[in-house]
Design a protein around this ligand. Structure first.
Ligand code: AFP
Length: 337
């Protein structure tokens, strides 16, 4: 098969009228920035990039050096291109405007610059997650409220996994596609087009150590999976948990499965663990475009009206059948109250 680079793929999508020039340039800029983050993460201890940065972020989390480095790489790369009106990041309380000396574009970019950073020092896959929105017409100095758009309005979403291979997975509403970084050439090459997630699966991902804090419907659902073929589901299920959402989702994009970070008594006051704008929404768009499903346990994630830039939500995503069963148990329990 003749190899198709990301740039060629984007040009073909533009010619087919499925995306405009400004958006495809923005995707190229983000992909190029992620190549620089891949170089930084690959250096590990000999690059002096492991360990704590000594600073904290808006989430009250200690920042890793690579959290800060990745954030700066993405901000710097996207400042001068002319495709953006502003950026927002997991690592920054407020949106970052585009410096006045550079032309402004019509897009807003949100990102988790380094997802799974608690895994960096132990050399487990981490990643970057991003989401692209349209900047509301007439808005020249975007504020947080201008980013609070439903996930259904995303123009593009993607993630890069920095693992044994560096892989970019992307959607802009016409299917979900995978590109693998050819380190020799320095280009992302199309490795899978129009990915489909199997509707059925026998593999689930959840942090089991939180079990005692889960709501009753989640206890029931996971209890039935663990009961296996002798239980009500009459099928054995296997479990995986990397604790890097990008890696857990990439496994599901690759071979199916279901991922949960449900609401539990420990995080109830926060509304969940994972962030809506730069974790749940982009992953939901990617998964749905690959034939999967993504809910909060009570409703479709992409239909949520955001209320805050760093808002947290419960996340159920992956193979459609299992997301539907788990969601049904929650909706049914709520109806019975
Ligand atoms: P960090 O970026 O702080 O490591 O958090 C990773 C994450 O947001 C997501 O990638 C994982 O799915 C989830 O948190 C892991 O949570 P637990 O540490 O509770 O397993």
């Amino acid at each position: 098969m003749k190899s198709i680079s990301l740039i060629q793929f984007l040009i073909e999508e533009r010619r087919a009228g499925r995306m405009n020039a400004e958006l495809s340039l923005l995707i190229e800029v983000v992909a190029r920035a992620c190549k620089r983050i891949a170089v930084a993460t690959n250096k590990g201890a000999i690059g002096g990039v492991l360990g704590e940065a000594g600073t904290g972020n808006i989430q009250g989390e200690a920042q890793k050096k690579l959290d800060v480095i990745s954030n700066e790489i993405l901000l710097e790369a996207n400042a001068w291109g002319g495709q953006l009106a502003a950026c927002a990041s997991e690592e920054m309380e407020d949106p970052q405007p585009i410096p006045d000396m550079y032309p402004k574009g019509h897009h807003l970019l949100l990102f988790d610059p380094l997802d799974g950073s608690s895994n960096i020092d132990v050399n487990i896959s981490v990643g970057t997650i991003f989401s692209v929105l349209r900047c509301p017409d007439g808005v020249t100095e975007p504020k947080a409220e201008h980013f609070l758009q439903e996930g259904t309005t995303q123009l593009a979403a993607g993630y890069v996994v920095y693992g044994p291979a560096t892989v970019l997975v992307l959607t802009f509403g016409h299917g979900t596609h995978e590109f693998t970084l050819d380190r020799e050439v320095g280009s992302f090459i199309l490795s899978r087009r129009d990915i489909r997630i199997p509707e059925e699966t026998a593999e689930f991902a959840i942090n089991m150590s939180n079990q005692r804090h889960w709501e009753a419907p989640m206890q029931r659902y996971i209890g039935e999976l663990l009961a296996g073929k002798d239980g009500p589901r009459a099928k054995d299920f296997n479990m995986r948990w990397v604790a890097s959402m990008v890696a857990d989702v990439h496994r599901i994009i690759t071979r199916g499965g279901v991922f949960f970070y449900p609401l539990d008594a420990k995080i109830k006051s926060k509304g969940g663990k994972l962030r809506l704008m730069y974790e749940a929404n982009p992953m939901a768009f990617i998964v749905e475009q690959a034939g999967g499903a993504a809910t909060t346990g009570r409703g479709r994630i992409l239909d949520l009206q955001p209320t805050g830039l760093h808002q947290r939500v419960p996340v159920f995503l992956g193979s459609k059948k299992e997301v539907e069963v788990a969601t049904h148990y929650h909706v049914e329990a709520d109806a019975a109250v």
